[in-house]
Design a protein around this ligand. Structure first.
Ligand code: SF4
Ligand code: SF4
Length: 104
């Protein structure tokens, strides 16, 4: 039996965000904007493709090393599996796993 239900008791299977492909993500920020749970954040990337760290939104160019930004799933445990992020991603670079399949 499905342990997950909506308010009226209907069956509902959460689809948890588990990963974002950094090679296809364009850092558009759409997924971040629709997520109510702060599951993912923008991270800076240098010319060599190395992740520099989280962008704090204060013109942080990582001492001139910043080349691009990608979204990183850094708080996966906060996800409620609503699926909103999947609906807005233009690059299909997210991986979601059903609640009854994801590792605890
Ligand atoms: S599935 Fe919902 S809660 Fe989880 S990361 Fe996406 S938008 Fe946030
Ligand atoms: S919506 Fe997709 S392409 Fe845009 S930042 Fe999120 S994962 Fe990356």
């Amino acid at each position: 039996m499905n342990a997950f239900v909506t308010r009226d008791g209907s069956g509902w299977m959460p689809q948890y965000l588990t990963a974002i492909d950094g090679t296809t993500c364009i850092g558009c920020g759409r997924c971040f904007k629709v997520c109510s749970r702060e599951v993912m954040h923008l991270y800076g990337v240098d010319d060599a493709g190395e992740i520099l760290g989280a962008c704090d939104g204060e013109d942080d160019d990582f001492d001139g090393e910043l080349n691009s930004m990608i979204m990183v799933v850094d708080h996966a445990g906060r996800c409620i599996g609503c699926g909103a992020c999947a609906r807005v991603c233009p690059k299909n670079c997210q991986t979601h796993v059903a609640a009854d399949q994801v590792a605890p």
